[in-house]
Design a protein around this ligand. Sequence first.
Ligand code: FMN
Length: 354
Amino acid sequence: MNEQPKIRGAPGDTLCCILSHSVLAPSPLNTQPWAVTTRGDHTLDLFLETTRLLPHIDPTSRQACISCGAFIENLDIAAREVGLRTDIALFPSTWPGAIISPDQPVAEIEFTHDSGIAVDPLFSWIKVRHTNRRIFTKELIPSEVLSALAEASDEPYTTFGFSADSTFRQELVELITRATEITLTDGNRFSEIVSYVRILRTSGNTYPDGYGTRDIGLHGIHGWLLYLPLRVVPERLKNDYAGGLLVRLVRKQAESAAAWGWIATKGNSRHDQVRAGRAYERVHLTAASVGLSLQPMTHILESYQGMEEVYGRFLNLIGIPDTHTVQVLFRLGYSDPETRRARRPVKDLFRSMH
Ligand SMILES: Cc1cc2nc3c(=O)[nH]c(=O)nc-3n(C[C@H](O)[C@H](O)[C@H](O)COP(=O)(O)O)c2cc1C
């Protein structure tokens, strides 16, 4: 039998090193909704941190579960790097339903030393991968690059699709713009998005989560123009102004996509969502490894009131039956890199058992 590793939570030890890579996973609005506990010397449990969920933007916690999948993928890749095999059981305690209790593990991960474990070339890209919200250049994506993305993951029950067709791209711009308008017309959703925008990211005032106006593509004066109405003028006016600015920005981002990719699952169970997150992270890491920029644009995938028709047209466009669920949709293209978003310190992930 293989010798078992001892995992602990002290800075500098193997587990913290692995988790410092997991925490670089993507999450909706950079909420990082993860918590972990250790059991014995070699078992880690991953939980959803319910205080970090987005009840309005992600009402079913689907996106949070996707981000758990991305966290697990990074964890597995980083564990291989130090000669550890992971055995991962999703939702080991009970079949998850509509509400995931904070005490229900999303995954139980057991680490075992394995001298024969293959390292993953995507490891080097974990620290490089980031969501890029810049306007992309007009450069086309070679078909072999799109094929590499399609082969990035063999996660069961998930499929990867993409299109670079120009008519397809034009139609999707209209749908994405309309989906953003629908998303922002709801005051609660709007406030939730704005609550994670950190304006003053200067030294001495760094946030470990969320993102800056620069991170959503509003550079210089536009960042301040968004900031000022949000802070100064009456509620309705500022929402109209900032909402209009965001819709125009999203449209420009969508218009500059050289191609679109999506990850779909046949069902929409919690297991499907976590698996889709693992696949998505592999696709994004692979994109980073070939110098391709990627931005998820996912509002259209949420069942907000008024979204049904737009989502139906989207499924028609990509040719997927409505029995399937598109878990992540993203634009692809080329652009300069952006600076990486902040992350919570690894020690904040650990929680004591209730
Ligand atoms: C399920 C999911 C949905 C997301 N949806 C969007 C989106 O609609 N628009 C967007 O700009 N970024 C989206 N993102 C990207 C996150 O905002 C991003 O991962 C987070 O801010 C952390 O930044 P990073 O990816 O650069 O590390 C999404 C990420 C996940 C995991």
